[in-house]
Design a protein around this ligand. Sequence first.
Ligand code: ASP
Ligand code: MG
Length: 421
Amino acid sequence: MAEAAAQPVPGRVLVMKFGGTSVADADKIRRVAARLVAAQTAGRRVVGVVSAMGQTTDQLVELARGVSPRPHPREMDMLLSTGERITAALCAMAINDLGAHAVSLTGSQAGIVTDTVHTKAKILEIRPRRISEALDRGEIVLVAGFQGVSTAYDVTTLGRGGSDTTAVALAAALDGDCEIYTDVAGVFTADPRIVPHARKLRTVSPIEMLEMAGSGARVLQLRSVEFARNHGVPLHVRSTFTDADGTWIREDTGMEAPIISGIAHTTDEAYVTLTDVPDKPGTAASIFNAVAGAHINVDTIIQNAVTHGDADVTFSVPLDDLPLMTNTIEGLCRELGLHWRVDDTAAKVSLIGAGMKSHPGVAAKMFQVLAELEINVRMIATSPIKVSCVVSRDRVAEAVAALHGAFEAELAEAEGSEVDA
Ligand code: ASP
Ligand code: MG
């Protein structure tokens, strides 16, 4: 059958990213294909970034663990990168069947160059020539998310949830807009599974979104939010399954910042405490250089007041990194004469809002709410726009729900979620 050549599309680039639940089966992939074609028909130059189908990445991780207790990171990346490639190819097939023209590319073919840190590589550079040429030919370009090629020519992946970062980075490189399609309607004032009447936010500022993602809000990978903020890329997080507007992540001029934009929580951190830390210059540097050297991302760090010459230092690490951490910390303790313990039964609840900077009393009220529930606070950390409390993991849902109720008046005005979710 003779195929008509694709029509060149002059419009602005639109990067549309679809998460795993949006492409979980053949029907859903066909619907995503139709959505990409519709955007092109409306005059955009369209790049689709896709995640692996459904739970594919988890299944691949399981497979690897079945073969090897500590899979080699390079091989892990070879394995995990296949999930996204499958979706990209299938989606391109579906688009071609709709009469439009599509081409699928791996991260490497798309020109995404990363450093060499396997399983959590950072994007160093994007060379989007191949994408631009395909767009010039009128094709819809499908890019396999979550992956790139390292400066040593190996396949790398960008960390769990990394397809978001692929999308934002491509939008920045192609000077386009970025839409993140997902199975929720946008960013909510709290996790709707815990707070059913949580509200969808119309807009949230990049700095607040950064704090939310860093505090456990799972709708976007933290790194994608950093990337968007650094490169001034506005993001629109919205549902794959409706046409309704979602949440815009951008500076919203003209409105006074809400005291609280959201309540985030995380249950996948462990808290490591080092004891007998000597009161000597350079000790903290030695500790955290060792941790950083193992590519472990430390979040909250707290050092108590020095008594009798020794101190305690506590910091949080991702639970997944705990095995990696163990070797590093044991080595460090031997070297510096420290002792250590891990709290892996804790969770963190955080209130985030740019307006709290100029409204005293948020922390006090938060502690009061937790006290009334007799929830013990194990650690407290703050930033100018965030208050976080570490509590027992089995009480964290209760804490989120109670705080959402108690801070009703301070929470950002938002759209009702039940109706348009
Ligand atoms: N498939 C990868 C994951 O599950 C990347 C992504 O979906 O963004 O983490
Ligand atoms: Mg995701």
